[in-house]
Design a protein around this ligand. Sequence first.
Ligand code: 4AD
Ligand code: MG
Length: 430
Amino acid sequence: MKSTIAELPKNVDKEVKIGAWIANKRSSGKIAFLQLRDGTGFVQGVVVKSEVGEELFQTAKSLTQESSVYVTGLVQKDERSPFGYELLVKGVQLIHSSVDYPITPKEHGTEFLMDNRHLWLRSKRQHAVMKVRNEIIRATYEFFNENGFTKVDPPILTGSAPEGTTELFATKYFDEDAYLSQSGQLYMEAAAMALGKVFSFGPTFRAEKSKTRRHLIEFWMIEPEMAFVEFEDNLVVQEEYVSFIVQSVLKNCALELKTLGRDTSKLEKIKAPFPRISYDDAVKFLQEKGFDDITWGDDFGAPHETAIAESYDKPVFITHYPTTLKPFYMQPDPNREDVVLCADLIAPEGYGEIIGGSERIHDMDLLEKRVEEHQLDTETYKWYLELRKYGSVPHSGFGLGLERTVAWISGVEHVRETIPFPRLLNRLYP
Ligand code: 4AD
Ligand code: MG
C-alpha cells in the first residue's frame, strides 16, 4: 500500500511503500539508518542486514545523499524520534542516484546556502519554515472567511503609489510609466465600498536599498479593508487575527516548531487584547530609557521598536504617529491635527513592525488637499478621490507583512528564510 510519511501514524504495524529522498544516512556493519524525506515529512528507515540479506543491505549502504528511492517497510512506533514513528525497511528500489549533492551535513555559510536556495529548501529546517508559512496563509483565509470578508485581488501593475514615491519599482506599460504594486490598499478601499469587508493576499514590491534582517524587495502582504469601521475597531480585528494565526500554528505545526527549536511558551501568551501605547508616550519612554537620538517627530528605527517591544510579552500597538511621518491617506485625529489615526503593530522578541494600518480620510476636500501637499498627480488619483464623492463612509484597514510574521512565529532570525525564493538587495538568483 502506498503511503506518505505524514500518513504513517495511520498505518502502524502495516507494510507500506513510500517514494522518498535520502536526506542523510549512517551505517555500521550490521545496520543502516536512512533519513528519509518525501515532502510531507521526515522519517528514519532502519535497514537490518540479518533481516534483508546482503544484497539489499549493500544497496541501502551505498545510497548517496538526495538519491530518490521507493522504500517498502513496516511502520513502527518509536518513542525516541520527535516524529514518533520509524520504518523497518524491507525493500529499497533506487529511482535516481544523486551525485555530489552540494549541501552536505556539515555547516555551510549563508551566501553558499542562498546560492543553493533551490536545493536548500529541501532541508528539514527550511521545510519546517515553509510549513509554518503555509499554515499562516491557511489560517488567514479561515479567519477572514469566517468573519464575513471577501477575498479581492488588487492589480500588481499600477499607476499609483500609496506608500510614497521613493521606493517604487518602475517599469514600462507599453508607452506609459507603471510601477509594481507596493500595496494594494487603494484598490482595496474601492473594493470595500463594493463588498463591505475585503482582504487581499499578494506580492508587493519595494525598491528599498535596505539590507536588514527585516527587509525584502518582494514580499507578500495581507491587506484587509473595512467599510464603516473606525480606528479602534480596526485594532480589534488586528489583534484577533494575529492571535488566531499564532494559535493555529501552535495547534497545527507542533512538530515544525519543535524542529525549529521555537520556545512555544512565548507564543502561547499571544492572545487578544494587545497593549497600546501612543507615539507620544513611546517617545517619552525611549527618552527615559536613554535614547537621546529621539525627539518628537522622528521615526522609530529597529533599536527603538525593539526597546518598546521588550516591555511586553505580546505584540504592542504604537498609535497616533505624527502626520508628517505617515502616508497621505491617513485620517487625522479629530482632537489633534498633528497626529493621525494609525497604528503599527510591533512583534515581540525584536521582530519589529508586522502590521501598518489606519483609518482612511473619507472627506473629499481634505483628501484632495493631502494629494496636493504630497505632490501627487490628481489625474492618477482621480478614481481614488471619487470614492469620496459617491456615498463616502469612514473606513479602515491594515497590511500584515507575511514574511516578518513567519520569521517571528518560527523564531527564524532573518526574513530571507521565510519566503521560498527571497528577492534581496543584491540577489535575484536563483
Ligand atoms: O507599513 P506598510 O508600508 O503599510 C502599507 O503598505 C499599507 N498600505 C498597508 C495597509 O494599510 N493596507 O507595510 C505593511 C507591512 C509592514 O508592517 C511590514 O510587516 C511589511 O508590510 N513590510 C515589509 N516586509 C518585508 N520587507 C519589506 N521591505 C517590507 N515593507 C513593509
Ligand atoms: Mg509601516
